[in-house]
Design a protein around this ligand. Structure first.
Ligand code: CA
Ligand code: CA
Ligand code: CA
Ligand code: CA
Length: 399
């Protein structure tokens, strides 16, 4: 099914394809979008007098679907991991000084890995990797050695039908990381509770809208328990046009889905506080309508109706961070259909200025992760290009 989606994208088919299911991943949790993760959260200083996103491209392998950032070798510098769908591997790029990255090392990740999440699943202090194996209805765990290497025989756990996304969080509040997996064909999200030692209990499925494509996490009703925001892209049964909100109980169980209206074929729902009121909001890429829907959180689990802003063609992933240093979260999206990024500068009230368009060097920009790779206090962007098969890192030049 994903091969079919890739062909469709390559041919620039713009018609509604009811069987189209795309998968990519990045950060599922964007609760503190302003400023670099792990360095206190706040923006570092005054607004930039000038800024731009300066790209460096790294050949990454074959059909990189998703990219995520973590410090796999424990040197204090963020590294990148990209899922190579056709090669069945994960490519790890160790971070160097100045926001540069070394050549990739690949690790076996089982068949058709399309999405990566990270966490310390066995509690040894080293960051581990979870990937969804889309065609195998499984999640594979690659245990990290804390030095940038991974055990070569992944441990597998069954999930639902056509899994396309995995996100890590502690849903039952026992201090052990758990996983949430979007099962596109089943219209469910699987919760896998971690038992420590890199193992997970059997999945518990919860119903979502049509064809869930991403899972993000936030506390939308302020009760201290993690909730889920799921973009319902659609599947063979039809195109989706909702985001599902499932409120968590803190035990690993979730209430029934509440469906929020967005655009057509929502690819990804990011969680971030976009209007600086302390409540998590949603920003959703609508893959068929070439827009982002912004839904401001009300703090009780509900959201205001969507406001939409233009993006480029066939937007996939989205990140929130302050790129121009004014302390207000901005948005960046990958536009897979026209080889660009869209940057929308935030106005502070949940509104955004018209998009700034940044060309990508690679073809088919798809996966995205936002973090501060060169540790200068300004957020940067890393993307994957599924057609040209590379990873491009855009460093924010804010001065
Ligand atoms: Ca590192
Ligand atoms: Ca747990
Ligand atoms: Ca909650
Ligand atoms: Ca800003």
């Amino acid at each position: 099914m994903i091969e079919r989606a890739l062909r469709a994208m390559t041919e620039r088919v713009t018609a509604v394809l009811f069987s189209l299911v795309l998968a990519a991943c990045g950060e599922g949790v964007l609760l503190n979008p302003v400023g670099p993760k792990g360095s206190g959260g706040a923006s570092s200083g005054a607004a930039c007098t000038s800024w731009s996103l300066l790209p460096t491209t790294y050949p990454g392998g074959v059909e990189d679907y998703s990219v995520t950032a973590a410090d796999f070798n424990g040197d204090g510098i963020l590294d990148l991991a990209a899922a190579n769908y056709y090669a069945g591997t994960v490519a790890v790029f160790l971070g160097l000084d100045g926001g540069l990255f070394g050549p990739p090392t690949t690790f076996t990740a089982g068949g058709t890995p399309s999405c990566i999440a990270t966490g310390d699943f066995n509690g040894d202090g080293g960051i581990d990797i979870a990937v969804v194996n889309s065609n195998d209805n499984a999640v594979s765990i690659l245990l990290g050695d804390g030095r940038g290497g991974f055990v070569q025989a992944p441990i597998r756990f069954a999930v639902g039908n056509d899994p396309v996304w995995v996100t890590e969080a502690d849903f039952n509040e026992d201090g052990i990381p758990d996983l949430a997996v979007a099962n596109s064909y089943d219209d469910t999200v699987s919760i896998l509770l971690g038992t420590g030692a890199g193992r997970f209990a059997a999945q518990s499925p919860f119903l979502t809208g049509l064809g869930p494509n991403s899972v993000s996490v936030g506390d939308f009703n302020g009760d201290g328990h993690m909730d889920l925001a799921i973009s319902d892209f659609g599947n063979v049964k039809g195109t989706g046009n909702t985001v599902s909100i499932l409120l968590g109980t803190g035990t690993g169980a979730f209430g029934p889905a509440t469906l929020l209206a967005v655009g057509e074929a929502p690819f990804f729902a990011a969680v971030a506080d976009l209007n600086n009121d302390g409540l998590p909001d949603l920003a959703v890429t609508n893959n068929f309508t070439n827009t982002v829907s912004v839904l401001l959180g009300l703090g009780d689990g509900g959201f205001a109706p969507q406001t939409t802003f233009r993006l480029g063609a066939r937007p996939t992933m989205l990140g929130a961070a302050d790129f121009n240093g004014d302390g207000i979260p901005d948005l960046v999206a990958t536009n897979a259909g026209d080889n660009t990024l869209s940057v929308l500068l935030g106005l502070g009230d949940g509104g955004f200025a018209p998009q700034l368009i940044v060309p990508t060097k690679g073809l088919g920009p798809y996966g995205l992760v936002v973090d501060d790779f060169n540790r200068d206090g300004h957020s940067d962007v890393a993307i994957t290009d599924i057609e040209s098969g590379d990873v491009t890192v855009f460093l924010d030049s804010c001065q």
